[in-house]
Design a protein around this ligand. Sequence first.
Ligand code: SAH
Length: 413
Amino acid sequence: MRLYFFFVFQKYIRLLTRARKRTENREKQYFCRAGLRFTAMPNRKKNTSGKVRNLILKLQRNEIPDAQEYREVLLCHDRNAVSLLHEAAREASVRRFGNGIHIRGLVEITNICRNDCFYCGIRRSNGRVTRYRLTRSEILGCCRRGYASGFRTFVLQGGELPDSADRDIAGLCSAIRSEFPDCAVALSLGERSEEGYRMFREAGATRYLLRHETRDPVHYSRLHPPGMSLSNRLHCLDMLKDMGYMTGTGIMVGSPYQSIGNIVDDILYMARFRPEMIGIGPFIPHRDTPFAGARRAKAYSVAGGVEDTFHVPLPEWDAGEMTLKLISIFRLMFPDAFIPATTALATFYPDGHERGILAGANVVMPNLSPPSVRDDYSLYDGKVAYGAESAEGLDELRIRLEDIGYRILLSEA
Ligand code: SAH
């Protein structure tokens, strides 16, 4: 009998060792593909779920974790531990917002842009885009359709128009506010002058989304042309906050040259900035940009080929999971924040909305733009703009969210 147990036990140990070897080999392959020397994940042998548990507890107690603690959780591959993180974030979201998901109507007012961000499909240098700019009456038409379906927040997003457009944009904000006084106007129109932001605010816009994209000036300069600077972007965010906007920021996950260290810096920056809205989505290449081949190229190796253990580059396969992890971390850091399950996440995963919400997101932004221009607002390849991603598909979205125990909140700004 004792011998029997001994053999069963031995077999069990052998199976465990084999499973661990298999995971290790898989990681080794990913790292080789990313052009890196494989070094064992620092947290594999340690108790990873303990690290995640500690981070959750710290955030729940309003304590401030340090860079290393965030880093370990970002690098943790233990499925059970990551599920714990999502669960805790989901709980925090439900405690604060119940099972209601806020719905914002997204109107992509123009794809004309003076900037040339390397990652973006509507960058100035892309000659293959048919440029458009919706008129005020077209935009009001979108809002009317949205209002009838129950939308009470309109997000006007677009490329960066010249400064001369400020007056028009302000006029548009006041037109929306006077026709729909019970609705909120949110803007996502990039970097503007102080005067511009002030005009929009006075015209009735109360929210502004401007992702900082990365907190590292060197990384920033690898994503943007020389005319653009991180310091101006951060300055814009400070101005928006000072002017009393509900301010949103965030990053793309898996953007070329991004490292885990960069993401940790983004978290620490956001801990100081305290945004009220947080937009995070996976980077998805666009065929007509300099980053068209980013997924296949060794774009993730660290600057100068220097490998240090802190700047572990983020393998592209991880962008979806890393986005979900970050949604959960931000939910625990900011229980009151509006965190959308973004369009990029819904493009990355067919059930991206559901995954985002189950990781702690509480906003979905269906597309209200006229269908005739939707394909021209192509920030990245395959961007979804129809079905559950659109205002027409609200019923589909409702059913899908009900399937995971949530309901959409209409008639709320
Ligand atoms: N021009 C405005 C708003 C439009 S871009 C601005 O710069 O804020 C909105 C967001 O889309 C950007 O902040 C960026 O994070 C995201 N985006 C752009 N290109 C992308 C890509 N290739 N993959 C994923 N997200 C992208």
